[in-house]
Design a protein around this ligand. Structure first.
Ligand code: HMG
Ligand code: MG
Length: 296
């Protein structure tokens, strides 16, 4: 089995959706810095309702301002057709729809039930197919929900399979509130992989309880090869109170490198990209690796 890992950088979207008043120019700089560090998949923004998430209201300007690097995928979240049309106009290379394994979280995050969300996603997938854009599908709350608590692995597998059958080429499994532990993550991944081939699955783990790296490490031997992370550990979800950042990209790259996996990313430049956006945000990177290297 290949040791090459696809790293999906979600910092500019998942990270910055949770930060107030970040200048558009700083977002553009971050995306460009990440591409220059060798990151070849960057979730660049979200075309969601600005009333719900005002932090992403300038995503069109971000897409318009970046210097596109050949071979880099610049992706956007699109909850509905309105969002999809905006992503198309912005020349996103890929779009992502986002559902949940928890009914309560689905209501809070996208204002509809799981069943209604699937109906809403169908025309987005159809429009994306017509425009030749690949669609990624997220499932949130795969290891626990801030409103419902425990989520059965079978429920995660059910939603993931639906999204896959509907045409998502990859299903990203979100531990939105970072509560999972390694054996739980393995059980969840095993249940999902019984319905969706492993090569079409991604791990999207937040680090709220400090378990994300351990969870990723425990799942790698099962064959998963796509990992979502955010530079400087940026992130959180506005609809999951207390949820802190995604696992830091610097920590993931360092760990993968040490385990003999490859990402094609220049760690030093990645650390610089995270340090630059953190200067704008006014806080230190939430990455142990970045802080250790920056202290040298
Ligand atoms: P709604 O209020 O039910 O939608 O929101 P609506 O269709 O009734 O529209 C209401 C208003 O929003 C209308 O404007 C629409 O035009 C506008 P008005 O007529 O009142 O002036 N609108 C839009 N504007 C811009 N772009 C759009 C759009 N759609 C409607 N695409 C909706 C439903 C889904 C739109 C809303 O709930 C929403 O935008 N939710 C987004 C929430 C969000 O972005 N959450 C964070 C991302 S998910 C996440 O972080 C988890 C993840 O990282 C994985 C993990 O960690 O688990 C992916
Ligand atoms: Mg997330």
């Amino acid at each position: 089995m290949s040791n090459a890992i696809k790293l999906v950088e979600v910092g500019p979207r998942d990270g910055l959706q949770n930060e107030q008043a970040v200048p558009t120019a700083a977002k553009i700089q971050l995306v460009n810095d990440l591409a220059e560090a060798g990151v070849n998949y960057i979730e660049t923004g979200a075309f969601v309702s600005p009333k719900w998430v005002p932090q992403m209201a300038d995503s069109g300007e971000v897409f318009a301002g970046i210097a596109r690097h050949p071979g880099v995928t610049y992706a956007a979240l699109t909850p509905n057709l309105k969002g999809f049309e905006a992503a198309l106009a912005a020349e996103a290379n890929e779009v992502a729809i986002f559902g949940a394994a928890s009914e309560a979280f689905s209501q809070k995050n996208i204002n509809c039930s799981i069943a209604a969300s699937l109906e809403r996603f169908a025309p987005v997938i159809e429009a994306a197919r017509a425009a030749n854009l690949p669609v990624r599908g997220y499932v949130s709350c795969v290891l626990g929900c801030p409103y419902e608590g425990e989520i059965a692995p079978e429920q995660v597998a059910w939603v993931a399979e639906k999204l896959y059958q509907m045409g998502c080429y990859e299903i990203s499994l979100g531990d939105t509130i970072g509560v999972g532990t390694p054996s739980k993550a393995q059980r969840m991944l095993e249940a999902v992989a019984s319905q969706v081939p492993m090569q079409h699955l991604a791990l999207h783990f937040h680090n709220t309880y400090g378990q994300a790296l351990a969870n990723i490490a425990s799942c790698l031997p099962m064959g998963v090869r796509t990992i979502d992370s955010a530079v400087a550990g940026l992130g959180g979800c506005p609809y999951a109170k207390g949820a802190s950042g995604n696992v830091a990209s610097e920590d993931v790259v360092y760990m993968l490198d040490g385990m003999g996996y490859t990402t094609g990313i220049d760690l030093a430049r990645l650390i610089d990209a995270g340090a630059a956006i953190c200067r704008t945000l006014g806080h230190a990177p939430r990455s142990n690796v970045a802080n250790a290297e920056l202290a040298k």
